[in-house]
Structure formats: structure tokens, C-alpha cells
Design a protein around this ligand. Structure first.
Ligand code: PMP
Length: 344
């Protein structure tokens, strides 16, 4: 049993010629009149009158340096959300295929699948939010298995050895590890699995630790065969030029150091918040992302306190989370305000 990306992909993609965008065709010369662009640049940004590169080389190089993943294994796109959608569109046939997820988890896997008429098999995580024994039996039919690590909204983590075993146990399926929050627990990254298993995909984003949610920039890290297929489905110009510039700048050595310093500070505040939540009787599992999910005996009373203090946190309708609220870690002043409000 070996992984064959082409066998897993939607068959029509194998014969499809991807759109030859202006920058992909390329060419040599000084007069560029191949893409119906304007010759006038009316912006302060250099080159904004021209279509951007499909995969901006400076951004890919910067992310490769940061992640220690080879450039040939990186695709950049409009946030991890677009990466989820790209995977579903590349590998799943509408009305026929399914994905597997581990609930409770990030809602976009199911929503993205739903928009393409792809079935979702949500397998329940255990009480301590680990993969349940024998989950593979339930996931056999799935084209893609999504594992969110650290998991949103529970904040829980699955150990690296468990993830490696999960990937190894489904050799003909793509196992997608969503590491949107990995900077808050970097020692848990699974990027090394890319070297060992061709069926693993890792999702990353600049929206969380890098403080660029508004820029919409994410990354899909995978084996070259998977990347080749995803590149058949991706839009001609997924990352706008200003976004590529902002993102590349965020990945400079000094800005990575800034990110790490902010992550440390947020983790300190998160620890303070978690301790305070325990003190008022809430229960939570140790958080590994930049948020904590707290369960309350009287969640309505907590919501009233938050509303009174103008604090907006996230509550859930999911039955397993009906009495829970997710709090994003924030700066020291806001954390203090939150703790005071909760303790009132
Ligand atoms: N994955 C997870 C687990 C998330 O929580 C989020 C954002 N809420 C995303 C992906 C999407 O991230 P992006 O902003 O890069 O689209």
C-alpha cells in the first residue's frame, strides 16, 4: 500500500491544463503587453498595475526559511481557510466523496465540504480530546482526514507520536494536520512528518501568532505530488501583491523574533487567565493555542457578566460545548479586565 496522490485526486484534474496566467508564461523583454494590464502605475506601490506572481517567490522563500520546509513543498493562498477549500476541491468528488473530522473542531472543514456537496464524517474525540481508539475503521471511506492540532475550540493537543501513528495508519488517505495555532506550542509541529510520509498535509496561517488576520495569508505544506495537483485548482493570482509584501516582511528574522516575544507574552496572559478560571470553578483542559475553552456550571451567568463589561467571547451550540466559552488570549490590561469581570 503506497500513497498515490493522482489516484486520490478528482480524475478530471489529471488531464486538465491549468490556466496559464500572465506570470506563469513569463518571457524575456522590456515591453509587457501579454496580459491586458495597464502600463500606468497610479499607486504608491511598485508594480501594482501588474498581475502578481501566482506563488510570490520571496514569500515562498521566506516561509521556507521560517518553517524549514522545502520551497517545492509550499503553496501560499488566502488563509488556511482557502487551503482547506483547495484540498476539498482537489481530492473530493461532489455527491460522492467524504471527509473525516474529529469533533468538536473547527467548523470550516464541514462548511467548506458542504459548499461542494461533500459528505462529512465527524468522529468524536475522547473526553480528553484525543483520537478515539479504532477511529480508522470509521475514516476508511474518507478522502481527507482533518486533524486540528492544537485543536480549535478545545485548545487540546495530540502528541507527535500519535499523529505519526495516525498518518502511518492511513497510508492511502491524505491526513491534513491543521497547525493554525502551532506557534503557541511550536514543539508539537509535525513538519518533520513531511519527510517521512507522502500522505501528510500541514496547514499554516499568518492570521494568529503573526497578527495578520486581515491580510489573509496561509500556507499548505505537502509532498510535491500533492502540491502539483493543488496548483491545478488554485486561482491564477491567489495572493495580492500588497499581501505578499506584508507577509514576506512579517517573516523577516526580526519580525519572527517579535512574533515569538508576543507569543510568550500571550502564553503568560493565557496561563494567568486559566488559573483565574480554575479559581472560580470553571473547568478546562490545558490550552496549547492562544485560547482557552472553559466549561461553567452556569454559563448564562458568565455571559451576562461578559456582556455587562463589553467583553465579546465565543459560546457554542454544539451539545458537547453547550456550557463552554472560548476566550482568546489577549494583552495584560484586557486579561485583567476579563479576570475582574469573571470574578465579580
Ligand atoms: N484553521 C483553524 C483551526 C482556525 O481556527 C482558523 C481560523 N479561525 C483557520 C484554520 C483559518 O485561518 P485563516 O485566517 O488563515 O483562514
Amino acid at each position: 500500500m503506497t500513497f498515490n496522490a493522482n489516484k486520490l485526486a478528482r480524475p478530471e484534474l489529471l488531464t486538465l491544463t491549468p490556466y496559464q496566467s500572465a506570470r506563469r508564461i513569463g518571457g524575456q523583454g522590456d515591453i509587457w503587453i501579454n496580459a491586458n494590464e495597464s502600463p500606468y502605475n497610479n499607486s504608491e506601490l511598485d508594480g501594482l498595475n501588474r498581475y502578481p506572481e501566482c506563488q510570490p517567490p520571496a514569500l515562498i522563500a521566506a516561509y521556507s526559511r521560517y518553517s524549514q520546509v522545502k520551497q517545492s513543498r509550499i503553496v501560499t493562498c488566502r488563509g488556511a481557510d482557502e487551503a482547506i477549500e483547495l484540498l476539498i476541491r482537489t481530492f473530493c468528488e461532489p455527491g460522492k466523496d467524504t471527509i473525516a473530522t474529529f469533533g468538536p473542531t473547527y467548523g470550516m472543514y464541514a462548511i467548506s465540504a458542504g459548499t461542494f456537496n461533500i459528505g462529512v464524517n465527524e468522529i468524536q474525540l475522547t473526553d480528553d480530546y484525543q483520537l478515539p481508539h479504532g477511529w480508522q475503521d470509521k475514516a476508511q471511506a474518507a478522502k481527507l482526514v482533518f486533524i486540528c492540532n492544537p485543536n480549535n475550540p478545545t485548545g487540546s493537543i495530540i502528541d507527535k507520536s500519535q499523529l505519526a501513528a495516525a498518518v502511518a495508519s492511513m497510508p492511502e488517505t491524505l491526513v491534513v494536520i491543521d497547525e493554525a495555532y502551532i506557534e503557541f506550542s511550536p514543539q508539537y509541529t509535525s513538519t518533520d512528518l513531511l519527510e517521512r510520509y507522502p500522505n501528510v498535509v500541514i496547514l499554516r496561517t499568518l492570521s494568529k501568532a503573526f497578527a495578520l488576520a486581515g491580510a489573509r495569508c496561509g500556507f499548505l505544506l505537502a509532498n510535491e505530488a500533492v502540491i502539483d495537483l493543488v496548483m491545478r485548482v488554485i486561482a491564477p493570482y491567489p495572493v495580492p501583491l500588497p499581501v505578499a509584501q506584508v507577509a514576506t516582511n512579517a517573516l523577516s528574522q526580526s519580525n519572527i523574533a517579535l512574533m515569538q516575544q508576543q507569543v510568550s507574552e500571550l502564553n503568560v496572559q493565557g496561563q494567568k487567565l486559566t488559573t483565574a478560571l480554575t479559581a472560580i470553578g470553571a473547568t478546562s483542559v490545558t490550552p496549547f493555542g492562544n485560547f482557552v475553552l472553559a466549561h461553567f456550571s452556569d454559563v448564562a451567568a458568565v455571559q451576562t457578566k461578559l456582556a455587562k463589561n463589553g467583553i465579546v467571547a465565543r459560546a457554542y451550540k454544539d451539545t458537547r460545548l453547550a456550557n463552554a466559552i472560548r476566550f482568546s488570549f489577549t494583552n495584560a490590561a484586557q486579561t485583567q479586565t476579563l479576570i475582574t469581570a469573571l470574578s465579580s
